[in-house]
Design a protein around this ligand. Sequence first.
Ligand SMILES: [Zn+2]
Length: 77
Amino acid sequence: MVTVLNRWFVVAKFSQLVRRDPDPVRLPSSAVHAKEMGSLSTACGIPCETWPKWWDRPFYAEDWERCEDCLAIVERG
Ligand SMILES: [Zn+2]
């Protein structure tokens, strides 16, 4: 199950630099969507080629505000 869910990582339309020690980090500043490696759109069908991506962030593990449609699709597998 975990391997299936791990296919999905986080993208968001907007991001912001947040001051952190020692380096600032870029975090989503809008709802996050799920995206599969190699896909040009989010799980819910929005083109997201130009959006910032967090490849190291599995979508299911995030506590950021998540897209309900993406969440439903990811949970369905
Ligand atoms: Zn979505």
